[in-house]
Design a binder for this molecule. Structure first.
Ligand SMILES: Cc1cc2nc3c(=O)[nH]c(=O)nc-3n(C[C@H](O)[C@H](O)[C@H](O)COP(=O)(O)OP(=O)(O)OC[C@H]3O[C@@H](n4cnc5c(N)ncnc54)[C@H](O)[C@@H]3O)c2cc1C
Length: 425
C-alpha cells in the first residue's frame, strides 16, 4: 500500500494521521519539533513549576470535527464543561457583570430575555445585526458592518477579536458568520463551552499519540522537511537534511504546516508565494498561592473595556490571561507585560494590591493569520498544490476561522482526499 507522509504534527497533522490509521492506512508523521501539538500544546514551565498551556483555548460543543477527533482517539472524557451554554463577562469600568446564555434549541428566545444577553441593545439590534452578518460580503469587516450597532463594544467587538484574533476594524465579517453558523445559530446545544480536564496536551495530543502508536503509525520527531523535489507538480523525493528520501510512485504528501513553512517548501505555488500576515496572541500565566475561583464557579471570564485583559481562565492555582491580536504589546519586556496585566486583574476584581505573583508570559507571534478579507481570499484549497501534495492546516480554505475546529477539519479533509486517491494524481 502506498505511504502517506504527513509533515507537521499539529492538530491538523494529528487528525489526518489518526483518521488514516483508523481506516487501516499507513502513514508516517514527520515533526520538526521535539513534541507534537504545534500551536496547541502544553509544557512544564520552570518559573511556575507547573504544566501550562501555550495559551488558553476556548472551544464549544458545536465543534463537531473536534469532537469526532477526540472520539477517534478515545478521549471524549478529556473535556468537561457546564451543562448549559454560558459565556460570562465583566466590565471593570462599570462593575457590570452579565452572561450570554443562549437557550438550548434553535429558536432563539434567549434574545428577548435581558438576563441572557449583553446589557446593551435589544432584540431588534441582535436580529438586525445577525441578518447583516449572514449577508456579509467577502470584503466586509466586522466593524464596517456592525460598528454602529449598540452591541458592538461589548458583544461583537470582543467576539470578533477572540474568534478571529483580529481587531474588529480589520476582521472578516463573513468568517465571523461561519463560526456563528455552527454555534449560535444552532442554539445553546452548540454553544456550551468546553475545557480540557487537565491541559491541552493531555486532551488533544497525548490521546492521539497513544492511538497512533496502538495502530502502528510512525511518528518521527526532530524531522524537519527542508525541501521537496518535484517533477512537474509531482513530488519525487523529500529532503529532511539527511539525504534524499525517494517517494514511491503512489505515495502522497500532506503538508500540515503553518503557511510560511508551506510556502517555503512550495515556492512556485502562486497562491502561497507572498507571506501571510499574522497576528500574535499573548498569554500571562500567574501562579497564585491558593486555588482561584471565578464568579459563578466557571473556569473562564470575558473582560470588556479593559486595556489589556480579554479573557481570564483559571485552573487550580493557575490564573491565565489572554490578549488576542496583541500586536502592539508583543515586543514589550515580559516583566512590564506581567506587571500591567496583574494590575488590571487586581483592579477588575477589586483586590488589595499584592506583589506580582510568579508569572510566565508566552507570546505566540504567529498565533494565526490575520483574518482579514484580503488574507481570507488567499487561503488555498487542500488540493491547490496539485500532484501528490495535499495541504492541511487551520489557514487553508476550510471556510472556518483559524481554530482547533478548522485545523482538525482540514486534517480530516486531507485524509479523505488521500484515501480517495486525490493526492496520488
Ligand atoms: C495562543 C493561542 C491561542 C489560541 N486560542 C484558540 C482558541 O481559543 N480556540 C481555538 O479553537 N483555537 C485557538 N487557537 C488556534 C489553534 O491553536 C490553531 O488553529 C491550531 O492549533 C493550528 O493547528 P495546525 O495543525 O493547523 O498548525 P500548527 O499547530 O502550527 O502545526 C504545524 C506543525 O508543523 C511543524 N512544522 C513546521 N515546519 C515544519 C517542517 N518543515 N517539517 C516538519 N514539521 C514542521 C510545527 O512544529 C507544528 O508542530 C489559538 C492559537 C494560539 C497560538
Amino acid at each position: 500500500m502506498p505511504d502517506i507522509h504527513i509533515i507537521g504534527a499539529g492538530l491538523a497533522g494529528l487528525a489526518c494521521a489518526v483518521a488514516l490509521a483508523k481506516r487501516g492506512r499507513k502513514s508516517v508523521l514527520h515533526e520538526a519539533a521535539r513534541q507534537a501539538g504545534g500551536r496547541c500544546r502544553s509544557f512544564h514551565d520552570e518559573t511556575l513549576d507547573r504544566v501550562i498551556d501555550n495559551g488558553n483555548h476556548l472551544i464549544l460543543s458545536g465543534n463537531r470535527s473536534m469532537l469526532a477527533y477526540l472520539a477517534e482517539c478515545g478521549a471524549e472524557g478529556e473535556l468537561w464543561g457546564p451543562d448549559e451554554a454560558i459565556i460570562p463577562f465583566l466590565d471593570p469600568r462599570t462593575g457590570e457583570r452579565w452572561a450570554i446564555r443562549p437557550n438550548e434549541g434553535r429558536l432563539p428566545w434567549w434574545l428577548v430575555s435581558p438576563s441572557r444577553r449583553a446589557p446593551d441593545g435589544g432584540l431588534r439590534d441582535y436580529l438586525g445585526d445577525l441578518l447583516r452578518l449572514r449577508r456579509a460580503g467577502a470584503d466586509d469587516t466586522v466593524a464596517g458592518l456592525l460598528g454602529a450597532s449598540p452591541l458592538y463594544p461589548r458583544f461583537w467587538r470582543p467576539l470578533a477579536v477572540s474568534i478571529l484574533n483580529t481587531p474588529g476594524g480589520e476582521a472578516s465579517a463573513a468568517l465571523l458568520w461561519r463560526t456563528l453558523e455552527e454555534s449560535l445559530a444552532l442554539g445553546g446545544a452548540a454553544c456550551r463551552p468546553l475545557f480540557p480536564r487537565r491541559n491541552l496536551g493531555q486532551t488533544f495530543v497525548e490521546p492521539a499519540l497513544a492511538a497512533l502508536q496502538g495502530l502502528g503509525a510512525e511518528l518521527r520527531y526532530h524531522d524537519r522537511l527542508r525541501a521537496i523535489e518535484r517533477d512537474g507538480n509531482r513530488a519525487k523525493s523529500l529532503d529532511f537534511g539527511d539525504g534524499e528520501r525517494r517517494l514511491g510512485a503512489d505515495d502522497t504528501i500532506v503538508l500540515a504546516l503553518p503557511p510560511d513553512a508551506a510556502a517555503r517548501l512550495l515556492p512556485d505555488l502562486p497562491a502561497l508565494s507572498a507571506p501571510f500576515d499574522h497576528n500574535p496572541i499573548l498569554n500571562a500565566h500567574f501562579r497564585l498561592d491558593r486555588v482561584v475561583e471565578l464568579p459563578g464557579s466557571l473556569p473562564f471570564l470575558g473582560v470588556t473595556g479593559g486595556d489589556l485583559v480579554e479573557w481570564i481562565f483559571v485552573r487550580g492555582e493557575l490564573l491565565s490571561v489572554t490578549l488576542s491580536a496583541a500586536g502592539g504589546r508583543s515586543g514589550d519586556p515580559a516583566e512590564a507585560i506581567a506587571t500591567a496585566v496583574w494590575r488590571e486583574v487586581q483592579s477588575a476584581f477589586g483586590l488589595a494590591a499584592t506583589p506580582l505573583p510568579p508569572c510566565r508570559i508566552v507570546t505566540e507571534r504567529r498565533a494565526t493569520i490575520a483574518q482579514t478579507p484580503a488574507q481570507a481570499a488567499r487561503r488555498p484549497a487542500a488540493t491547490a498544490a496539485g500532484g501528490n501534495v495535499l495541504l492541511a492546516g487551520d489557514w487553508t480554505a476550510t471556510g472556518l476561522p483559524c481554530t482547533i475546529e478548522g485545523a482538525i477539519r482540514s486534517g480530516h479533509r486531507a485524509a479523505e482526499l488521500a484515501i480517495s486517491g486525490a493526492g496520488a494524481a
